[in-house]
Ligand binder design. Structure first.
Ligand code: N01
Length: 539
């Protein structure tokens, strides 16, 4: 590092200016901390800044997928639709940044490349790709769970003469597919959302599907003043109810029955009603045991497969679209707007790359084992190195030079998903081992940030310079996270929840699936018991 390196002294460094980073900045400023958020993108919004692909939309309803910490903020903002589209959520993130005057402490286009702890001074040194250095006692990672996009390592991509894009790195100016032959690779949530929209523009769309995925209708609609006003009149009530649910979303009372307690006709009625009203939480919460009992789950799978059969006119295409390798809900249940119907269009071809895998990208397009598909553009909807990717992309070293990448070589280990032993004063927001992606992310973010802010205030009050997770507490937590997962059907799927989408990634179930309500109670109890399981060291 040259002696001219610019160093900024702070009380806390926040990495990321998505919803987690924005709220952390606001909260820590409120405590009187000198704090900056370092953001790789050109603007705020995180996921919603990067994922601008056509059809990108949240699968949590807008009135729930928004900050609850400020009554003014939630009352004054108007959501145009039931499920918000990406541009509206990005507008909201920008509004929050302006409304709370956050921008003066957000540094954009600052990609953090390292964070190193100095044991002698109890300080973190955080360095950006541009060589700027920030020093602070606390380092808070608000780097997101799905923020390291992954393009499969297909030979020949560099030779492709057309244009290619990844859902999570979509060009700001958008892409016009009109009149072009387009290939979409991947049929997860991103692919399933973009396919119907691209199909309307493209001359021809080829959908390269390796694994069929379950999807249920979004049933999106314009937000009426009645719906909005009624909700806002009791916003505090709904937010409070959301806190008492496993997924941080109000309006879904616990189902009274298990699936097998109901009759076959009863189940069809319930599933039909859920299909009609739309939403993935609503569908999976049809019965108590859809995610814990395979036989129960099969009834929901059969219902959706039957729907696919009834919607898609070509029986061979319908068969290919029917998922059969995982219980419904054990991969993120997709929410769509006309996905299955899209395969009735003349200009859409489903290519089964399970039986005939992609072998290379050529100058002209995509080549499978048996055929070359000439394309003008390829959209990769091939997902992310989830939950750990963005953290491990940074050179992070804790006490005694402990490297996070080495510590997590066999999978992430955390205490409460908040800290990892050996990295003092280093917090993760919605880290692996926390409910995160299995909940309304904004609800989880608020819970984490509030807990971290209370913790930092406590440390300051008590004159404590260093907090670290105890190794034993971490071991117990990791075991608990796994035990809970093992009581569910989740481990049966080859999902990104277990890292199965990244070749060589250790298979570890990463989210905590006991529910945000239970998790919140555990975190509160830990804090009340003077941060049980953490080592606190005085100044
Ligand atoms: O990524 P994914 P995503 N050859 O990993 C395929 C959130 N999200 O970006 O299953 C051929 O789910 C892969 O096939 P397979 C949400 O939490 C939310 O869609 O591995 N295909 C799969 O079909 C979601 O779960 C929203 O066989 C290849 C696809 O690419 C998460 O983000 C919207 C391949 C990847 O699916 C990630 O979703 C969007 C290869 N070599 C995203 N490699 C909403 O809120 C991969 N694939 C609605």
């Amino acid at each position: 590092m040259s002696e001219h390196t610019m160093r900024t002294e702070l009380d806390a460094v926040v990495v990321g200016a998505g919803f987690a980073g924005l709220y952390t900045l606001h909260k820590l400023r409120g405590l009187g901390f000198r704090v900056k958020a370092l953001e790789a993108g050109k603007g705020v919004g995180g996921t919603w800044f990067w994922n601008r692909y056509p059809g990108a939309r949240c699968d949590v309803e807008s009135l729930e997928y928004s900050y609850s910490f400020s009554e003014d903020l939630q009352q004054e903002w108007n959501w145009p639709e039931r499920f918000s589209a990406q541009p509206d959520i990005l507008r909201y993130a920008n509004h929050v940044a302006d409304r709370l005057d956050l921008r003066r402490d957000i540094l954009t286009e600052r990609r953090v490349i390292s964070a190193i702890f100095d044991e002698a001074t109890d300080r973190w040194t955080v360095t950006t790709a541009g060589g700027e250095v920030f020093e602070a006692p606390f380092c808070i990672m608000a780097t997101g769970n799905l923020s390291l996009p992954r393009v499969p390592d297909f030979p020949g991509l560099k030779t492709f003469r057309g244009d290619w894009y990844h859902s999570g790195l979509w060009p700001e100016e958008g892409v016009d597919f009109t009149g072009r032959r387009v290939g979409v690779i991947g049929t997860g949530s991103s692919g399933i959302q973009m396919i119907p929209v691209i199909a309307e523009q493209a001359d021809h769309l080829f959908v390269f599907q390796r694994t069929a995925n379950f999807s249920v209708p979004g049933v999106n609609r314009v937000m009426t003043p009645e719906v909005e006003d009624t909700h806002k009149a009791r916003y505090a009530h709904w937010r409070d109810e959301a806190k008492r649910t496993p997924f941080g979303i109000a309006g879904h009372p616990p189902p009274p029955l298990t699936a097998l307690e109901d009759t076959a006709e009863g189940r069809t009625d319930v599933y039909e009603r859920k299909w009609g009203t739309g939403g993935n939480i609503s569908f999976l919460y049809a019965y108590k045991d859809l995610l814990t009992n395979k036989e129960a789950n099969d009834t929901a799978c059969d219902f959706v497969r039957e729907k696919i059969r009834s919607i898609v006119r070509d029986p061979a295409v319908a068969r290919l679209l029917m998922p059969n390798d995982h219980p419904i809900g054990t991969k993120r249940l997709c929410l769509d707007n006309g996905y299955y119907e899209t395969f009735n269009r003349e200009n859409v071809t489903l290519v089964d790359v399970r039986s005939d895998p992609i072998v290379e990208i050529t100058e002209r397009g995509v080549r499978t084992g048996t055929k070359e598909y000439a394309l003008d553009a390829i959209a990769f909807a091939t997902g992310f190195d989830a939950m750990t990717g963005a953290l491990l992309d940074i050179d992070i070293r804790g006490a005694g030079g402990l490297q996070l990448s080495e510590k997590w070589a066999h999978g992430p280990r955390t205490y409460l998903g908040l800290m990892t032993a050996g990295l003092p004063n280093f917090f993760m927001i919605t880290g692996p081992g926390s409910p995160s992606v299995k909940t309304n992310m904004i609800a989880s973010i608020e819970q984490h940030v509030d807990w971290i802010a209370d913790c930092l205030a406590h440390l300051r009050r008590e004159g404590i310079a260093r907090i670290d997770a105890e190794a034993a507490a971490e071991d117990d937590w990791v075991e608990h996270v796994n035990q809970v997962a093992d009581t569910t059907l989740y481990p049966l799927a080859n999902s990104w929840y277990v890292g199965a989408n990244i070749p060589g990634k250790p298979r570890v179930f990463m989210p905590y699936v006991a529910g945000l309500d239970k998790y919140r109670a555990i975190c509160d109890a830990v804090a009340a018991e003077r941060y049980r399981g953490f080592k606190l060291a005085g100044i």
